[in-house]
Design a binder for this molecule. Structure first.
Ligand code: XMP
Length: 547
């Protein structure tokens, strides 16, 4: 893994900024995201091979809008501005940006007028792009020329090749710009001259070597949740240092059906990895603490605190360790404000507070530079079962925030059984869809740097596939009939949401037949449930979880 050649993505708050970074990495070039507030000296210090300015929500000519130093464009480092970034480049260098009469939004055709443009090399003369802007570049800064335009937008691409400055008014990073990857490739590989030595397959090898070097014969502790990130981190550590690693897995009795055993199968003594695995069966302890509690925030608090207590007790048994492993990944770094601009509310996520109860010297975060799909790739390379690698997000407090009202073992059983059926049927229907799916086209940069268009069906999801789906148990009981008997049982709520960032979400359009199958299986198979509801609320005003 070669991070010596680095491109910086300067974040102006646009929604696709992490995607820009992903695309750069797909060109085998390592990149990092930094806020536009990052001082110029720090940028210089990092010695980037190129800089990309992202989109953003503001108008660059407004007072207080996000900006950058004019010197950024005089460093001799190639700069590519995207959307807001392109406008800002023009604005700062003496061009003019104005509000357009109409917002240009959606798929637009552009005409390339400079066939010899290095940025647009290999791009077809008339190509589709994704536009989303209110402002437009009405006058170019000195020395720039327009090398592509649309019917409404005179400057879709602006270039000053002598200064290695480029601006693109649309979004090359999204799939609706089919030749966008080609443009990003041209920029980072040809214009910036990056060799493209960032490879995921060398990541594992290099990490193992680095971890060994760092840890020596020290002791390492890892809190394993069974989620993708902590699992991949644990396996990486186990491959590097074997039994010097101890993983503590707390089963709080609020996991999904069979989940505790599945984690144990992989990480326990009969699994394929060498490590010390401690499973703490603390189910009853959590149920006791939660008995009679109905208020959602209180439940969360109890679960969080009890988790820390259990972990603390285990840590005391182990004694002082040298390192504590955390499964932090790159979006966590960016979202916690250390990298880019996106201020995502992450405070309620995961088990904060662990570092304060463990006696350790240093934290190890082996996945800190990776995006989620890169983490999954590493997981597959390490031989972790697919089921674990492609697990849905699952909250730390688990089913504790999917049961309304008091939590009892009986209610946990109902929601676990209903949830398992729901997930099984969704996965089955998705698999069925894949068998009959028409091909999807996409563009990819291969390891040798060549760009190919592929068609594929495998691994694609149906359009209705929710990004997160689970069953929750309402606290409502109602009268029903089952056979000849009158019942007075619970209603299960099914949730399925389409979302990109989990901050806003829509109910997924799951086919009716699938929902019907799920409904009849749940009512037949889950004792204590006589109604099944599908939650069609959006977030906001709803949330994704049910608590
Ligand atoms: P809400 O319910 O807030 O959920 O719309 C948004 C996303 O966050 C997840 N979530 C959590 N994840 N610990 C976590 O690790 C938590 O306490 C927690 N609460 C919500 C939720 O599953 C959804 O993906």
């Amino acid at each position: 893994m070669d991070t010596s050649e680095k491109v910086l993505v300067i974040d102006f708050g646009g929604q696709y900024n992490q995607l820009v970074a992903r695309r750069v990495r797909e060109c085998n070039v390592y990149c990092e995201i930094y806020s536009y507030r990052t001082p110029l000296d720090k940028i210089k210090e990092m010695n980037p091979k190129g800089i990309i300015l992202t989109g953003g929500p503001a108008s660059c000519y407004e007072e207080g809008a996000a900006t950058c130093s004019p010197e950024l464009f005089n460093m001799g480092v190639p700069v590519l501005g995207l959307c807001y970034g392109a406008q800002l480049m023009q604005h700062v260098l003496g061009g003019k940006v104005q509000r357009a009469d109409n917002r240009e939004y959606g798929k637009i055709m552009i005409d390339v007028t400079a066939p010899d443009s290095a940025l647009l090399k290999g791009v077809t003369p008339r190509t589709q792009v994704w536009m989303s802007h209110f402002d437009y570049i009405s006058q170019l800064a000195p020395g720039f020329e327009s090398t592509a335009h649309s019917d409404n937008c005179p400057v879709a691409v602006a270039e000053k090749p002598s200064a290695k400055l480029y601006g693109i008014q649309f979004h090359p990073e999204v799939l609706h710009t089919p030749e966008g990857t080609k443009m990003i490739y041209n920029f980072v590989r040809d214009i910036c001259g990056c060799e493209g030595s960032w490879r995921m397959d060398s990541f594992v090898e290099v990490q193992i070597r680095d971890i060994r070097e760092k840890v020596g014969d020290g002791k390492v502790l890892c809190a394993l949740s069974g989620g993708v990130d902590s699992s991949v981190a644990a396996v990486l550590l186990s491959k590097a240092i074997g039994n010097q690693l101890t993983c503590v897995f707390v089963d709080h009795g609020l996991l999904r059906k069979n989940e505790g055993d599945e984690v144990e199968e992989v990480f326990g003594p009969n699994g394929p990895y060498e490590l010390n695995f401690i499973r703490v069966n603390a189910q009853q302890r959590f149920y006791d603490k939660l008995a009679g509690v109905t208020e959602p925030e209180r439940k969360r608090k109890i679960i969080g605190e009890e988790f820390i207590r259990v972990f603390e007790e285990e840590a005391h048994k182990i004694g002082a360790v040298d390192y504590l492993v955390q499964g932090t990944i790159y979006p966590d770094v960016v979202e916690s404000g250390l990298g880019g601009e996106s201020a995502v509310i992450k405070s309620h996520h995961n088990v904060g507070g662990l570092p304060s109860v463990v006696d350790f010297k240093e934290i190890i975060e082996p996945l800190r530079n990776l995006f989620k799909d890169e983490v999954r790739k590493v997981g597959l390379e390490l031989g972790i079962p697919k089921k674990l690698v492609f697990r849905q997000p699952f909250p730390g407090p688990g089913l504790g925030i999917r049961i309304i009202g008091e939590i009892t073992p009986e209610k946990v059983r109902m929601v676990q059984d209903a949830d398992a059926i729901y997930r099984e049927e969704i996965d089955k229907a998705a698999e069925e869809w894949r068998k009959n799916a028409t091909c999807v086209e996409y563009t990819q940069t291969d390891d040798d740097g060549s760009i190919h268009h592929y068609r594929r069906t495998d691994g694609e999801n149906p359009p209705w596939m929710p990004n997160q789906y689970f069953a929750a148990l309402t606290n409502m009981r109602s009268v029903g009939v089952m056979g000849d008997e009158r019942t007075y049982d619970y209603a299960v709520a099914l949730r399925g949401v389409s979302t990109v960032d989990f901050m806003t979400a829509e109910a997924a359009n799951i086919p009716w037949e699938v929902l019907q199958t799920v409904m009849s299986r749940i009512i037949n198979e889950v004792r204590g449930v006589n109604r099944v509801l599908y939650d069609i609320s959006s977030k906001p005003p709803g949330t994704i979880e049910w608590e």
